[in-house]
Design a protein around this ligand. Structure first.
Ligand code: PLP
Length: 400
C-alpha cells in the first residue's frame, strides 16, 4: 500500500510540463526553429557575471570541507547577516540574521511556512487567482484546506469583497504573489493596503493572527518605474518566501529564504515552527556553496533589459493583432485572453501552429493563457505569424 496522494502527485505531470514535453517531440518532427515554446518559466538571461566570479573565488579560497560542508540548518550566519543588511538598506527595516531561514528556493520556503501554519485539516490557506498551481498541493498535502479568491480579470489586482467573505475562523494565511505568475501584474500600494486592512479587521474579529505569506521570486523583475511594495512594511504578520531562482537566474541551484520579521505575532515560535517544518522536508540545510554565493551577491541586481525587450515586442505585437492581454509590469509572463473565450480550446488551436501557450485553467483563470517570454528574442519574432494565424482562425469562425 502506498500513499495515494503522493502516488497521484508523482504520476501526473502538470499541464505546463506536459506542454513542454509535447514541444520537445514537435522539435524532433519540425525542427527547433519552427516550434514556439512559451511553456516554462526558466530564466533565459544568464546569472550575473558577479555570481560566476564569486563561485570561482569561493572554490579557490575556501577549503573544500568548509565550502561543501553542512551549514547550520537555519543557514550560515554571515550569509543571513548580509541578506538582512541588504533588506534593511532597501526597505528601511531592522532585520538581523535571526529573522532569516535559508531554504531550497521559494518552493521549500512556502512548504515550510504552510506546514508551520496548518495545525488541523480544517485550517485554511487562501490564494488569489490567478496563482501558481503548486500552492494547492503544498497546502493539501500538508493537511490543510486550500481555497482561492477568483481572478479580477478587469485589472488583475484583487477581488477584495470576495477575499473578505472567504476568510473564516480557520483561515491561517493568505498567499500574496506579486509580481504575479501568471499575469505579470504587480499589486500596487493601494491593493496591499486594502488586503492589510481586511486582514487586520478579520484578525481582530477572530482574535487570532492571519498571516500574509508573501511569495516573492519575481520581486526584482519589474519594468520601467513600477514599484513593488514591500509587504512587511504594510502588514506586520507577513512572512516573505524569497528565491534567487529568477532574480539571479539560479533555479536549478535551489536557494532562497524565509523572512520572519520580529513584528510577527509569536515571531520566535513562528520561526521555530518554520524551522521544524523545514527539518522534516529532509534537506538538512540549503546548499552551502549557493548560500555563500548569494551572501556575496546580496545586493546584486539582475539585468532585465532582455526580458523588457521581449515583453515590449510580444505585448505590442499581440495587442496590435487584436489580442487582449493583462499589462505585464513585472515577472516574465504575458497573460493573454483567449480570443474564443476558452483557453483550453485556444491552446489546442495554437498547437496546430506549433505555438505552445499554457491554458489558464490550472491558474484558476480559464479564459486566459500564459506565455512565458523568458525565451530568445528571435523566437518571439518567428512566432508572430503563428499568433496571427491562430487569432484569424477564431475571427473567421465568428464571422459565420
Ligand atoms: N512561486 C512562484 C509564483 C513561482 O513562479 C515559482 C517558480 O516558478 C516558485 C514559487 C518556486 O520557485 P523556486 O524555484 O524558488 O522554488
Amino acid at each position: 500500500m502506498l500513499n495515494k496522494t503522493m502516488l497521484n502527485l508523482g504520476s501526473n505531470r502538470s499541464v505546463i510540463r506536459e506542454l513542454f514535453e509535447y514541444g520537445k517531440k514537435q522539435i524532433e518532427l519540425c525542427g527547433a526553429e519552427n516550434v514556439y515554446d512559451y511553456s516554462l518559466g526558466n530564466p533565459s538571461v544568464p546569472a550575473p557575471e558577479n555570481v560566476n566570479i564569486n563561485i570561482k573565488k569561493l572554490v579557490d579560497s575556501k577549503t573544500s570541507i568548509s565550502l561543501h560542508g553542512y551549514t547550520s540548518a537555519v543557514g550560515d550566519n554571515a550569509v543571513r547577516t548580509a541578506i538582512a543588511d541588504d533588506l534593511n538598506r532597501r526597505f528601511g527595516t531592522d532585520y538581523t540574521m535571526s529573522n532569516l531561514y535559508m531554504t531550497c528556493g521559494a518552493a521549500a520556503s512556502l512548504v515550510a511556512t504552510i506546514r508551520a501554519l496548518v495545525t488541523e485539516a480544517a485550517d485554511e490557506i487562501i490564494a488569489i487567482a490567478p496563482f501558481f498551481p503548486e500552492y494547492r498541493p503544498f497546502v493539501e498535502a500538508n493537511g490543510g484546506k486550500f481555497s482561492f479568491v477568483s481572478a479580477d480579470t478587469e485589472n488583475f489586482q484583487v477581488n477584495f469583497d470576495e477575499l473578505e467573505s472567504k476568510i473564516s475562523a480557520r483561515t491561517q494565511g493568505i498567499i500574496v504573489n506579486s509580481p504575479n505568475n501568471p499575469s505579470g501584474t504587480v499589486y500596487n500600494e493601494d491593493t496591499i493596503k486594502r488586503i492589510a486592512d481586511i486582514l487586520n479587521r478579520k484578525s481582530k474579529e477572530y482574535n487570532k493572527p492571519i498571516y500574509i505569506i508573501c511569495d516573492e521570486p519575481y520581486r526584482e523583475l519589474v519594468y520601467d518605474d513600477v514599484i513593488v511594495p514591500f509587504v512587511p512594511n504594510f502588514y506586520d504578520n507577513t512572512i516573505v518566501c524569497y528565491s534567487y531562482s529568477k532574480s539571479l537566474s539560479l533555479p536549478g541551484e535551489r536557494i532562497g529564504y524565509a523572512l520572519i520579521p520580529s513584528k510577527c505575532t509569536d515571531a520566535t515560535d513562528l520561526y521555530n515552527a518554520i524551522a521544524g517544518a523545514a527539518r522534516i522536508c529532509g534537506y538538512v540545510c540549503a546548499p552551502s556553496l549557493m548560500q555563500y554565493v548569494v551572501g556575496a551577491c546580496a545586493s546584486e541586481k539582475p539585468d532585465i533589459s532582455a526580458y523588457k525587450r521581449n515583453r515590449d515586442l510580444l505585448y505590442n505585437s499581440l495587442t496590435e493583432m487584436g489580442y487582449e492581454c493583462a499589462y505585464p509590469a513585472g515577472a516574465f509572463y504575458l497573460f493573454i485572453k483567449a480570443p474564443n473565450g476558452n483557453a483550453g480550446e485556444f491552446s489546442e488551436i495554437a498547437k496546430k501552429y506549433n505555438l505552445l501557450l499554457v491554458p489558464g485553467d490550472s491558474f484558476e483563470c480559464p479564459t486566459y493563457l500564459r506565455a512565458a517570454y523568458c525565451v530568445d528574442y528571435e523566437m518571439i519574432k518567428r512566432s508572430l505569424p503563428a499568433f496571427e494565424k491562430a487569432i484569424l482562425e477564431i475571427k473567421k469562425c465568428s464571422d459565420y
